[in-house]
Design a protein around this ligand. Structure first.
Ligand SMILES: Cc1cc2nc3c(=O)[nH]c(=O)nc-3n(C[C@H](O)[C@H](O)[C@H](O)COP(=O)(O)O)c2cc1C
Length: 186
C-alpha cells in the first residue's frame, strides 16, 4: 500500500473474530520503534495484550474505549516519565505509527484514550489500566490501540477535507487559493 493510500485510513472499532498473526504484530512494533522522539530519548513501553479476558477488562476502562471489546489485539502505549518529560508527544507519534502500520498491513485500528481521563468518580483511567496490567507508577499510559481485521467499512478520507482557510501563506491571515494553487505557485 502506498503512503497516500495508507494515510486516508479511518478509525475501525469493530473487528472480526480472527487473531492477528505474530509476523504482523512484529511489523507493527517495528513501525512503533521507528518513531521520532524528543532528544531521541525513546521513552516508550508497549504492552501487547492478546488475552481476550484482559482485553474485555480493558474495554471497561471508560465508555469511549468499549470498542476494544471485539479487538483480538490491544497495544497499550506507555512512556517512562523518568526518561522524558515529552513522553506524551513521543507516545502520540508512536501510537500513530502503530495505526498506520496496521492499516498498511490490511488491519483496522482505533485509538482508545486513557491519559487524563477517568474510569469512575474516584479512579483515573490510567490507574485502572495500571492495576489491571501491573504497570509501575513511573510508566505513564497514553492510550490503547485496538487492532484487528475490520468488521466495518468506512469511506476513506478525501482531498476535499483539506481546510484551506486554515492554511496561511508567510503570515497568519494570508489566505491561499482553493486547492493551494498559490502555495504551489500555480
Ligand atoms: C488523541 C486521540 C484520542 C482519541 N480517543 C478516542 C477514544 O477514546 N475512543 C474512540 O473511539 N476514538 C478515539 N479517537 C479516535 C478519533 O475519534 C478519530 O480519530 C476521529 O473521530 C477521526 O476519525 P478517523 O480516525 O476515522 O479519521 C481518538 C483519537 C485521538 C487522536
Amino acid at each position: 500500500m502506498e503512503f497516500f493510500e495508507v494515510i486516508r485510513r479511518r478509525s475501525i472499532r469493530r473487528f472480526q473474530n480472527k487473531e492477528v498473526p505474530e509476523e504482523l504484530i512484529e511489523k507493527i512494533l517495528e513501525a512503533a520503534f521507528y518513531s521520532p522522539s524528543s532528544k531521541n530519548r525513546r521513552p516508550w513501553h508497549f504492552v501487547v495484550v492478546k488475552d481476550r479476558g484482559l482485553i474485555k477488562k480493558l474495554a471497561e476502562t471508560r465508555p469511549a474505549v468499549r470498542f476494544l471489546e471485539t479487538a483480538p489485539l490491544a497495544i497499550v502505549v506507555c512512556g517512562d516519565e523518568r526518561i522524558s518529560n515529552a513522553w506524551v508527544y513521543d507516545c502520540s507519534i508512536a501510537a500513530e505509527h502503530i495505526q498506520l502500520a496496521a492499516t498498511a498491513l490490511g488491519l483496522g485500528a482505533c485509538w482508545g484514550h486513557i491519559h487524563e481521563r477517568m474510569h469512575d468518580d474516584e479512579k483515573t483511567a490510567e490507574d485502572y489500566v495500571r492495576e489491571l496490567l501491573g504497570i509501575p507508577k513511573h510508566i505513564r499510559i497514553l492510550c490503547i490501540i485496538g487492532i484487528g481485521y475490520p468488521a466495518e467499512e468506512k469511506p476513506e478520507h478525501r482531498k476535499d477535507e483539506i481546510m484551506w482557510e486554515r492554511v496561511h501563506l508567510n503570515k497568519f491571515g494570508n489566505r491561499v487559493e482553493q486547492e493551494g494553487r498559490d502555495l504551489l505557485g500555480g
